[in-house]
Ligand binder design. Sequence first.
Ligand SMILES: Cc1cc2nc3c(=O)[nH]c(=O)nc-3n(C[C@H](O)[C@H](O)[C@H](O)COP(=O)(O)O)c2cc1C
Length: 214
Amino acid sequence: MPTLLHIDSSADLAHSRSRGLTAAFADAWRARGPEYTVVRRDLHTDPLPHLETSALHWAAADRTDAEVVPADAEQLRQAVIDELLAADAVVVGAPLYNYTLPSTLKAWIDRIHVPGVLAPAVEGGAQPLAGRPVVTVVTRGGTYDVGTPTETWDHGSPVLDIVLGSALGMRVYPVIASATLADRLPGLAPLADRARAEYADARTTLERLAATLD
Ligand SMILES: Cc1cc2nc3c(=O)[nH]c(=O)nc-3n(C[C@H](O)[C@H](O)[C@H](O)COP(=O)(O)O)c2cc1C
């Protein structure tokens, strides 16, 4: 049964662009047939706690004798990892907050990026999620165009690419919609047409991906 894990992290429950885009992806996924199911994880309405201890970054076998993990923290990490392992595809809504990921999404990353479990602990180590598709939907209020002073200021997208793509070996499909604050900030108003076009392009790309991803 092809299962999509649908993750959101926007703190905006009314007008979120990333929520709109991930929902469009999930709808197109469901439209493929009744066997295409969706598991939901809303990291804003149901946030994960910050790591109880740094020992959670490591597989149990790689912890020192002094590193003790409370049983409920261990169970929570396992549940989040099992949920990801059970997904045939993942879509992640990732708004840019203060030039990086929302802390709620970072808390999820902290639970799933575990060397020796989902990422290689040694050169050539196992990547159980290798090749699994993950669609990252990054929404940004401003613009970060090549050749502009803010070109390198988006520190959210690279984290998703490095952790999900390089460390976990997943097949990352990045989709970005920028200039979303054009309708709120007078200084960005001249970007309104571009913002609308980027959102429409992102939606078209996501619907096509959801209809065709294996
Ligand atoms: C707490 C917070 C911090 C933000 N920081 C940035 C930022 O650093 N750069 C930026 O381009 N936009 C920033 N924005 C604007 C959001 O990236 C933009 O509104 C985006 O569309 C949010 O995603 P959403 O529409 O899915 O909620 C910020 C918004 C919030 C609420």
